[in-house]
Design a protein around this ligand. Structure first.
Ligand SMILES: [Zn+2]
Length: 104
């Protein structure tokens, strides 16, 4: 069994980090994607461990990404700023026109 953290979709349709209990703690973790690349996510809380083949496994619930425009949590919209830099913004900043956004 590989000791890596991967993404898993829960029954409610939420993406979570899934891996050995000793690897998933609140805070930043590196998650391996299906295409072999990795991405850093922040674990907000860890679910109850459950046994998979004798190893305790957990779901790590991801903290909402911070808005790249105003630094508030809850960024869910993909946008580009006035310089063309891609990033995720919150609901409020998503209402701004592109030339008002600045991610750098
Ligand atoms: Zn914002």
């Amino acid at each position: 069994m590989s000791a890596t953290i991967t993404f898993r979709k829960t029954k409610s349709g939420e993406w979570v980090a899934y891996g050995p209990a000793e690897l998933i703690k609140p805070g930043p973790v590196v998650v391996s994607k299906k295409d072999g690349t990795t991405v850093e996510e922040v674990i907000e809380r860890v679910g109850a461990p459950f046994d998979v083949g004798g190893q305790p496994m957990v779901y790590g619930y991801l903290a909402p990404a911070a808005c790249v425009n105003c630094d508030q949590p809850g960024a869910t919209h993909h946008r580009r700023d006035s310089s063309g830099i891609p990033g995720k913004v919150c609901d409020r900043c998503n209402r701004e026109p592109w030339y008002m956004l600045s991610f750098a």
